[in-house]
Ligand binder design. Structure first.
Ligand SMILES: NC(=O)c1ccc[n+]([C@@H]2O[C@H](COP(=O)([O-])OP(=O)(O)OC[C@H]3O[C@@H](n4cnc5c(N)ncnc54)[C@H](OP(=O)(O)O)[C@@H]3O)[C@@H](O)[C@H]2O)c1
Length: 289
């Protein structure tokens, strides 16, 4: 599938009138899913604060957003940074009504049994989310606020490349359920999305590393999804937006698959393998004759 064809898979941003004026904090907001989410909230009249390590990249996104927006340069793996994020976001926006723990992508490049890989992924996907939710709760309780954690299909499927990521995302999903239960009667909803493969910078880097085109890499990953393609960041943002809105007022503790049916994809892969195996064994038989 040509990269341009993904343009048609950027859904129109839905309108949720209750989101106008809501104050939203989004981690990893300068690229990929986080950036698309910032755009979706801002287009709905929400005030947005985005977090990332590089201020320049954040500022570019802030300038491109249609509404009021702020940037906080912080590293989610650093305790001292984590502790100031909510405080600064509240200072910028005058309060906080919604939090999106989008975290950050990135595989662990070390040997995957190394404890440091687990520490890094737990820091990025669990400790950061727990710390930010904890600090945000007093504000969220006042406004019947909500949290969306960006998980992954690898929270329920094992990863052959980086098990530490998969283990951390599974823990993040469990945290979503536990915290949703704990704070449901305070009016705070806590949910998650489980993306399949999303075309973001991580795959550009990957393609470069392997000396392949991004299109080729995305085709390969797309084949593992029942729908036969990867997703756009905007398709993920659309569900985050819905979960943060009053239209999702009766949903909490859910982890919604936004994966083009990749958890069903096993059968597609199997059929594909069978087809290839049949054609090569047929070829071998023909050659023998
Ligand atoms: N892409 C996928 O296929 C996919 C699939 C399933 C789940 N997810 C999940 O979706 C989330 C977003 O992924 P993505 O692909 O959209 O990411 P991305 O395009 O790589 O963007 C990552 C964002 O996080 C920021 N960031 C990276 N490391 C950080 C750190 N240590 N502290 C603070 N900010 C940091 C980056 O800015 P700076 O570099 O300037 O800090 C950037 O804004 C992640 O939780 C990922 O696990 C992604």
């Amino acid at each position: 599938m040509k990269l341009e064809e993904y343009e048609q898979h950027k859904p129109q941003i839905a309108t949720y009138p209750d989101l106008a004026g809501r104050r939203v904090l989004i981690t990893g907001g300068s690229a990929g899913i986080g950036r698309a989410t910032a755009h979706a909230f801002s287009a709905n009249g929400a005030v947005v604060t985005i977090v990332g390590r590089r201020l320049e990249r954040l500022q570019k996104v802030v300038e491109a957003l249609p509404g009021k927006a702020f940037a906080i340069a912080a590293d989610l793996t650093k305790k001292e940074d984590l502790e100031r994020i909510v405080k600064e976001a509240v200072e910028h926006m005058g309060g906080l009504d919604a939090l999106v723990n989008n975290g950050a992508n990135g595989e662990c490049t070390e040997e995957f049994t190394r404890a440091s890989c687990y520490e890094r992924h737990f820091q990025l996907h669990v400790t950061s989310a727990v710390t930010l939710i904890g600090a945000a709760l007093p504000y969220l309780k006042k406004k019947r606020g909500s949290v969306v954690n960006v998980s992954s299909i690898l929270s329920v499927m094992p990863s052959i490349d980086d098990p530490s990521y998969s283990v951390a995302k599974a823990a993040q999903d469990k945290m979503t359920e536990n915290w949703a239960l704990k704070f449901a009667r305070d009016g705070v909803r806590i949910n998650a999305i489980r993306p399949g493969c999303v075309m973001t910078e991580v795959y550009e880097t990957w393609a470069e590393r392997e000396g392949r085109s991004l299109e080729d890499l995305m085709d390969e990953w797309g084949a593992a999804h029942a729908m036969g393609r990867v997703s756009t960041p905007e398709e993920q943002a659309a569900v985050i937006l819905f979960l943060s809105s009053a239209s999702a007022s009766y949903i909490t503790g859910a982890s919604i698959r936004v994966d083009g049916g990749s958890e069903l994809g096993f059968w597609y892969n199997k059929l594909e393998l069978d087809r290839n195996a049949n054609s090569s064994s047929n070829q071998a038989i023909r050659n023998e004759k």
